[in-house]
Design a protein around this ligand. Structure first.
Ligand code: G1P
Length: 293
């Protein structure tokens, strides 16, 4: 099995769908229950054996830096107060200094451009890319599921998407399937529904070979006039190739308010200490709703 040591987290998006909250906090810092979205992404990476974290940020992302650094004052207070559970919870979010780095993306030129900036830090080894907006509820880390099936080609997570939503995704063209692995003959970013080569959309988990950096180098802007990671992977189909991976798990688009609310509900119902109270509150609320005509 190939060991993947490094993960890139593109977190330079503006998060306009969450304004005004994102006026001062980036969307990756918005909490799902009590943990920011970025923590779910880091935990998923850790569960896949990753121990180096590279954040591609825009300017003014100090909240993220504060979050992963150590808060000695608060740690001391919790320790002095004998609040061991809280102290451990706080400490579990600290990243060791040498294990994470920030790279600044000066202008929003697309996901492909964001990933290309990690070239020097990643070096010549396969690596993961995680889009923290895509939160996945799964028995087993989706990235870990992918690492287990990763060989010499790039690998991307995929899921079936309804035709009215497919144009918001990168879409894969499948030559052949073997179990969860889809051998691809092409990928296209945000096709119209009638041009989509399959019903499988790309979800924000990628395992990439370092050849991707050469494909990204000088790549022309694509959909939305942005430099698209999908286009770089498509350009490598004749090179190292690419497999899709139809993961086990449920994905929530936490870049949208509706997806975020759904994820909050699902994760809250999962938490033993919240479940009962939350369930009866939901039931009560549902009873109060007018019946749809
Ligand atoms: C990005 C990718 C797209 C993928 C999507 C998944 O698009 O470019 O291929 O399907 O993430 O969330 P974005 O949502 O950033 O426009």
């Amino acid at each position: 099995m190939t060991r993947i040591r490094k993960a890139v987290f593109p977190v330079a998006g503006l998060g306009t769908r969450f304004l005004p909250a994102t006026k001062s906090v980036t969307k990756e810092m918005l909490p799902l229950i009590d943990r920011p979205l970025i923590q779910y992404a880091v935990d998923e990476a850790r569960a896949a054996g990753i121990d180096e974290f590279i954040f591609i940020t825009s300017t003014g992302q100090s909240a993220l830096e504060t979050y992963f650094g150590r808060n000695s004052g608060l740690e001391r207070k919790l320790k002095d107060g004998g609040k061991t559970t809280l102290l451990n919870r706080l400490r579990s979010t600290n990243l060791e200094d040498e294990t994470y780095s920030f790279i600044q993306q000066d202008s929003p030129r697309g996901l492909g451009h964001a990933v290309s900036l990690a070239r020097d830090v990643v070096g010549n080894e396969p690596f993961a890319v995680i889009l923290p907006d895509d939160v996945i509820h799964a028995q087993r880390s989706v990235l870990a599921q992918m690492v287990k099936n990763f060989e010499g080609s790039h690998m991307i997570a995929t899921q079936a998407v309804s035709s009215d939503r497919i144009s918001a995704y990168g879409v894969v063209d499948i030559a052949q399937k073997s179990g969860q692995v889809q051998h691809l003959r092409g990928l296209v970013e945000k096709p119209s529904a009638d041009q989509a080569p399959s019903e499988f959309g790309i979800v924000g988990r990628y395992l990439l070979q370092p050849t991707i950096f050469d494909r990204l180098d000088g790549l022309a802007p694509g959909a939305g006039n942005e430099i698209q990671l999908t286009d770089a992977i498509a350009a490598d189909i004749g090179g190292v190739g690419c497999n899709g991976f139809a993961f086990h798990g449920e994905r929530f688009d936490c870049g949208s308010v509706a997806g975020y609310l759904e994820a909050t509900t699902v994760f809250a119902l999962e938490r033993a200490e919240l479940r009962d109270g939350f369930q009866s509150m939901l039931r009560q609320r549902m009873n109060l709703l007018p019946v749809a005509a």
